[in-house]
Design a protein around this ligand. Structure first.
Ligand SMILES: [Zn+2]
Length: 878
């Protein structure tokens, strides 16, 4: 017997070649039909695409519809959640995925109940950590379409993660639209046959729906016709996803177990080139993720400890902005220009709110703690461990010369990086009529050890002694490296490895005749190696704390694909690149600014190593992944029917790495997400800076033969996606002796701690956009009891936030490796504390300790994600 569970649904792209606004209008009318179909019993069940964002947008306009929606959800007829948006799994951080689910589940529960199915029918690739994320939300069932390799030969299976989590999973190989044939064609046996291959299961799934597809009111008649006309052993059943999975559980013994990610273009396109599409959108949302996770949330906890309430409403609304920008098409950037403009602007708006809240808290805390004293600078560390670091701070002073002293009156080591004289006089049309009032804004580097979840305060003293400055040098040097520019080539010496790497860093330019979905080489391509031989200016500045090399120049490039074919360099891209090292870490910060004035090309940073690696390594939401440098199906992908060339372009979240037993090269990214390892005499780590293309989808590209992606019959030009104009690229290069993912994630974390300072001063009222507004100091809790300190941490910090009910703190850590961490570190608290274990949803799952001030953490099993609920003893605090 073949039981085919037929599920009426719609797949609702949040935005794509249309905007969110356009889709929303379609949706408000769609909802009339959904509610009518349920009310009149023309449909028994309906699934609203597993995401709450569209329902939230709908209820914002029609709050009166809440009662009706609740009625059908509670009755188990309308299925909503668990996601807030249909997320992209490959380029979003673990915290973003967790928050997306958490918000979606909370909203669905408020409307009567959540569909606990890990439902991602269209996401471009399935991440290896999804089973453990799902299990963290008590989700035991998952569904996806894209990415399953044909040789896995499985349609229904158990999908497992490295921590032992397992979810029963349906791979809807024929797409989420497979059931449209049931309502539009009469070949029922053929359909039943098609959707039941590659499995011993007798329970099958047929989703009936499609992109923004209207309700199929005749589903019942079509099911009944199909049951009359198809073979006796086949039964179509009107159903829903939870019921289907319940039934599939009965067949569990027959089903295989698989683990890992699914990114093969066997049954559908997977768009590996999407990781490098629209770098600008990815950069903005990456910044917002970083700002929320590593600054605003932990700083809000610090502020709450001092008595300033957490602005949870703002924080949740910012996570929703992140989630909307990380819907699968939105994150991909494979959209029309007007849609991408909307996505970009929403991200920028979110950043303004996140940054302003950080700015407000830094100011409120600082002015309240120093009791009105002027000219003190506070450096903050919201993270729950001590940080020894070099902080860059902008100070405003009356005089050009000044010094810093600590609270004991001892001088603090500080180095001047740049200085600007600013006008302080009332502006007049005639500059002669203005008085001579000025102040100085100086960027300085300060070496400091910041306590966990706390601050240091220094006094700025205006003196006549100059601040030490960087001096001109011929090569850049710190405790780890020497970097030279010789004859246009960059040479690196590693003091740790005692090795020279000549010509170790350059850029590569090549054509891109793909589209916003995929990079594809030009049909007549020309690769150019871009070094620094044509530079206009090169300068090395050396100090005790900071050393940097600045190179400015122009690269001559083909203007477009025609010039590239002719190998003519009739276009120019001017650049400024800064390589910077400091005294405290072995990171080489790379900062590149370009004026892109050429079309249809891809630019990559190339790092030439001496590794002999067989895999590339990068991070995933809660782990590390090793992938082959060359895919096994690269030679035969066309013969085996792959929908696109399985080029080894890889996504990264925080880091890309290439290592062997002798050396380990990493790139810590700040927004760009795409890398590739190029094999050769010297293996190269290629990091995509950006790529510019002019179309949403193109047919018959070199890497992706066949129909255009997106719209098959309409050309959609996207001139904005050429990214003409300023391009900014940032990240850090690290050369270590060994690969250590925990160390690298800590390095990464330190790069997220910029601009967490506040100077109490009246001279400069423009340090932040909200500095102009008066703010009252507040009487604060001076000796807060909500502080957590982690020592000897050997797992990775993921997040620190207030619990939703505001009674405690959620601290999330994870073990990225496949080996247990037996001594993961020790937690210390300033006051007796109750510690519980929470799941990812924030529900208490276990009690750890009732009244402790220190807690050696128990071993982390391989891949474990652990969330502590930390509740300070309320009575003790009062
Ligand atoms: Zn979609």
């Amino acid at each position: 017997m073949k039981d085919i569970y037929t599920v009426a649904h719609t797949h609702w792209d949040f935005e794509w070649y249309f905007t969110r606004q356009e889709a929303r209008v379609q949706f408000i009318f769609h909802m009339d039909e959904v509610l009518e179909a349920l009310e009149t019993n023309q449909l028994d069940y309906y699934t609203l695409d597993g995401q709450m964002s569209i329902i939230e947008d709908y209820l914002a306009l029609f709050p009166e519809k809440e009662v009706e929606i609740k009625k059908f959800v509670t009755a188990g007829r309308l299925f909503i959640g668990p996601w807030f948006t249909q997320i992209d799994e490959m380029t979003t951080s673990g915290e973003s995925i967790v928050r997306n689910l958490k918000i979606g589940i909370t909203e669905a529960k408020a409307l009567g109940g959540v569909m606990r199915v890990g439902y991602l029918p269209d996401s471009f690739g399935q991440g290896q950590d999804m089973p453990k994320i799902y299990q963290g939300f008590d989700i035991s069932h998952a569904l996806f379409w894209r990415g399953m390799p044909r040789e896995a030969n499985a349609r229904y299976f158990y999908w497992s993660s490295n921590d032992g989590s397992k979810v029963l999973t349906a791979n809807i190989k024929n797409g989420y639209y497979a059931g449209v044939e049931l309502v539009e064609q009469n070949q029922f046996d053929e359909l039943a046959e098609k959707i039941s291959t590659q499995t011993p299961s007798e329970t099958h799934l047929l989703p009936v729906g499609g992109d923004q597809r209207a309700v199929d009111f005749d589903l019942k008649q079509r099911i009944s016709l199909a049951n009359q006309e198809s073979e006796e052993a086949t039964r179509f059943i009107e159903s829903n996803y939870p019921v289907f999975f319940k039934s599939l559980e009965n067949e569990s013994e027959k089903l295989p177990e698989l683990s890992g990610e699914f990114i093969e273009p066997s049954d559908s396109k997977i768009h590996r080139g999407i990781y490098s599409s629209r770098y600008d959108l990815k950069q903005v949302y990456d910044r917002l993720e970083r700002s929320l996770t590593y600054q605003l949330e932990p700083l809000s906890v610090v502020a709450a400890n001092h008595g300033i309430p957490v602005k949870q409403g703002l924080i949740t609304s910012l996570w929703k902005i992140v989630a909307r920008g990380q819907a699968h098409d939105s994150a991909g950037g494979c959209n029309s220009d007007k849609t991408n403009q909307d996505i970009y602007l929403r991200g920028v708006n979110g950043l303004q709110e996140a940054q302003s809240c950080v700015d407000y808290l830094l100011r409120k805390l600082s002015i309240s703690l120093n009791h009105g004293q002027d000219n003190q600078v506070f450096l903050w560390n919201p993270l729950p461990f001590e940080l020894t670091t070099i902080r860059k701070v902008a100070l405003s002073t009356k005089t050009a010369t000044f010094s810093l002293v600590d609270q004991k009156g001892q001088p603090v080591e500080v180095e001047l990086l740049s200085q600007k004289r600013e006008n302080a006089a009332l502006l007049r049309r005639d500059p002669e009529a203005m008085s001579d009032e000025h102040y100085y804004v100086s960027e300085v580097a300060i070496e400091c050890t910041l306590p966990s979840m706390g601050w240091l305060c220094f006094t700025v003293e205006e003196t006549t002694v100059s601040v030490p400055q960087l001096t001109k040098a011929t090569e850049l040097e710190n405790d780890w490296y020497v970097i030279q520019l010789k004859e246009g080539k960059l040479n690196l010496y590693s003091k740790e490895l005692k090795k020279w790497y000549h010509d170790f860093l350059w850029f590569e330019d090549s054509g891109d005749e793909g589209d916003t979905y995929d990079y594809s080489p030009a049909f007549n391509d020309w690769f150019l190696k871009l070094d620094f031989s044509q530079h206009n200016q090169a300068m090395v500045e050396q100090g005790d704390l900071i050393s940097r090399m600045t190179i400015e120049g122009e690269w001559a490039l083909p203007f477009d694909l025609c010039s590239r074919k002719e190998q003519v360099t009739d276009g120019t891209v001017s650049y400024t690149m800064v390589l910077e090292c400091n005294k405290q870490t072995n990171l080489i910060d790379v900062h590149l600014t370009l004026d892109n004035q050429v079309l249809d090309h891809r630019l990559r940073l190339m790092i030439a190593t001496k590794t002999k690696a067989v895999v590339s390594t990068s991070d995933t939401p809660f782990g590390i992944i090793k992938r082959p440098i060359e895919e096994k199906h690269l030679p035969d992908w066309k013969e085996i029917g792959y929908k696109e060339e399985p080029t080894s372009m890889r996504p990264m979240l925080h880091l890309a790495n290439l290592h062997d037993e002798k050396e380990s090269w990493s790139f810590l990214t700040r927004g760009t997400k795409d890398f590739q390892v190029i094999d050769g005499e010297r293996q190269q780590l290629a990091i995509t800076v950006f790529r510019g293309v002019g179309y949403l989808g193109r047919p018959d590209t070199l890497r992706r033969p066949g129909d255009a992606s997106g719209l098959q019959t309409k050309v959609v030009p996207t001139p904005d996606s050429q990214l003409v104009g300023t391009v900014v690229f940032e990240g850090s290069l690290v050369l270590d002796e060994f690969f250590d993912s925990q160390k690298l994630q800590t390095n990464y974390l330190e790069t997220t701690q910029e601009a967490l300072d506040y100077q109490t001063q009246e001279l400069n009222r423009f340090t932040t956009p909200i500095q102009y507004f008066p703010v009252n100091p507040k009487s604060l809790i001076e000796d807060p009891r909500g502080k957590v300190t982690i020592d000897e941490l050997t797992v990775v910090f993921s997040s620190l936030q207030a619990t939703i009910d505001g009674t405690g703190i959620e601290l999330r850590l994870y073990n990225p490796t496949d080996v247990a961490q037996t001594a993961p570190g020790k937690l210390s608290f300033d006051a007796p504390t109750e510690v519980k274990l929470l799941n990812l949803e924030g529900k208490v799952i276990d009690s750890v300790s009732e009244n402790v001030t220190t807690l050696p953490m128990s071993a982390f099993k391989p891949g474990e994600i652990r969330t502590y609920g930390i509740f300070f003893n309320q009575k003790e605090m009062e």
